[in-house]
Ligand binder design. Sequence first.
Ligand SMILES: [Fe+2]
Length: 387
Amino acid sequence: MGNSRSNLHHCKFEVPEIIFGRGLLSQIGSCARRLGGHKVFLVSDQGLVNAGWVDKALKHLIDAGLEVIFYNNITSNPKDVEVESGAIEYIRHGADVIVGLGGGSSLDAAKGIAILVSNGGRIRDFEGHDKIVRPLPPLVLCPTTCGTGSDVSQFAVINDTENKCKLTIMSRCVAPDISLTDPDTLETLPDEFVCTTSTDALSHALEAFFSVASTSLTDVHAIKALRLISASLVPAVKERHPDDLENLARASLHAGMAFSNSLLGIVHALAHPIGGLYDANHGGINAVLLPEVLRYDLPVVAEKLPDLAWGFGHRVDGNSGAISEVVQETLDTMLDAAGAPRSLKSLGVRREDLPELAQRALKDVCILTSPRQANAQELLTILERAY
Ligand SMILES: [Fe+2]
């Protein structure tokens, strides 16, 4: 894993306590208890209720002697109003620990509620870097998809419904106390979401790897995630073998640890305004953008190409151009085989909105760590190629 930009001289690597393993949802109650909780505010969604995981979580929480308030007023791309009403409910019931169970939407909503119950105000007040003043209540996050990374990250992304945009909140405060992953929960995840949440994790890994803030510590996790996704994405979607699903859950965790510490890039800078304007699937947007952003980034990350090729499962000799070609072909083949969306048009994006989306991406915090500092015209070209 050698490259000139990765070093240990100036880096900080932070992760929550991590618990990972099949069947370990059973520890959800003991996690909440040892953080001092008595009354749990459980944030999840209707899909997890229907799949039976909320009942299992409730049982484990109650068996641990905890009272539980269940809150599931959460939709995909969680909304400011959902988070704000969740905070009112938390306070009304006198809860003292928050447990999030679900995909990125439930976990980000749990973070948003945690921010508001200790800091007050509106969720939009906390957009940007380090706006949170008071510490959050104890937080346990249990991901049930293979992509969010929210369970280890210092990000929360909430939709501002008035301005139809995503608020990216970034603070060490929003990383939870405990990340608890039980890969068994992936068994009820529909194929489509196995694919798109994995392409979200793939974007996290690749953007973290190319980020100007990457270090050898983040690179290790980014490449591990890439190798796991390369090996298991297509078989997981097609055959649903539990080992492949577990690999994808593990990949999401590694990618989350990488991007939480090295941040992201143009894929997410563009995906946030698109998700804000259209309420489209986050991982699907990333799957569409990733090949075009990779094409744009590869010329400036030549020193990382051998490790990148290895992450994709290749040992490639040759010049940077040859390695880039192999990497791009491998990515395209993998996305096609997994059934990922391949055009912005197919996601409902309107061509006339592309210039506005490019402008909004310039203001997203994720653009700051891109290896190439794109201007509006370059972002527009990426969007047009992905259209
Ligand atoms: Fe993401």
